[in-house]
Design a protein around this ligand. Sequence first.
Ligand code: F3S
Length: 426
Amino acid sequence: MLLTDEEQAMADGTEGPAVAAAMDLLVRYGEALGAERLVETRNVAGTTTQPSPAKERLVAEGGWDKAFSVISLDSDGDFAVPGVRVPTCQLQSGFGVDALDTVPYPRHWAELQGEAEAYIGGRGVNILATCTPYQVGNLPVRGEHCAWMESSAVVYCNSVLGARTNCEGGASTGAASLTGRIPYWGNHLAENRYGTHLVQVDARVEDLLDWGMLGYFVGDLVQEQRPVVVGPYARPDLTDLKHFGAAAASSGGVELYHLPGITPEAPTVEAAFGGGRVPGAVSYGPAERRRMYETLNDQGSSTDVDFVLLGCPHASLEQLRDTARALDGRKLHSGTELWIMAPAALAMVARRTGYTAVIEAAGGKVLTDSCPAMSRTAPAGTRVFATDSAKQAHYLPAILGIEAWFGTLEDCVDAAVTGRWRGELR
Ligand code: F3S
């Protein structure tokens, strides 16, 4: 690993033992990946506040510095952790104490997370508390090198914003926050950003449901490669792209896709493939669309719905507005709960705009900071849930052992007010 003079000085301890431990971790990590050097970053997004038994034990043994050095720097050194060197934000983790009236989440976990937030906040980490930092002020520019965690955020960062990040972890983002460096490999290199597969859309792709199903199809098709998806399809908005990428990162491991004429590194199909050979297209037609719908609904058998979950990835303002409109003047079924997950900053906008009052008048809840998959919790007694998110339909049945229905926002709200699943593909 080739280090600059500044990096070597950090590794030698001129900025203290915590920064030296961070450099040591990045060098080991980069060498394992075959990276020849590090790259400067001024945009780190990690999640370091998630409560766990190991973290609780470390805090009890040696305080938060100890927990951070072991978990985020892979070091058993005994040192004080300084403030972050570059702009860093906290993504989602567990629920806070303000959610405990609604969510059956252990109080001591919520309190531990609150302590963790105070600790990293005191070191200059911005507590955005969302898996969609790009919705609430963290918008890297095209070509910017980032160090982000969270698969749905990573694919949005690379594909929609044209910034560059690999799918990092808690340790590498912790080390990046103290050094402003991350190994230069994978998605940071231009030659690794060109398309590998061509997908031709020959079916209806017009709304959020369709973008989720199309994402689920391309993820399953390309796995960790890079799809180039050509229309015709309705021009996607932020929410469509958020769901498309999250679904592609769930059924596969997609970190970067191109929509020619829409995403920034693909003005044309040829540009998306870097001027190289354009492969033959795989069709996404009506049969594939129906197959995706059936796959995403194959975890559902009982039509009695206990729980409706919206906002995965965390909801946009438009989704909060549409949920309020769909619930306006209605009441949830007595045996069914509805939660919509949102970034804390947008939840504040939704409350001031009046969306939250409408959702709450119907019996629904706007929640922040986490989600059922991340916190491994749902309303007590949930056996069957419904969602408009392909990502949650993919993960939550396995995480919580519950049945899933997948459909439109309207199907989900209908299930919330009737207690029954009546969705079907249109
Ligand atoms: Fe976000 Fe949870 Fe979905 S972290 S992407 S709402 S699984």
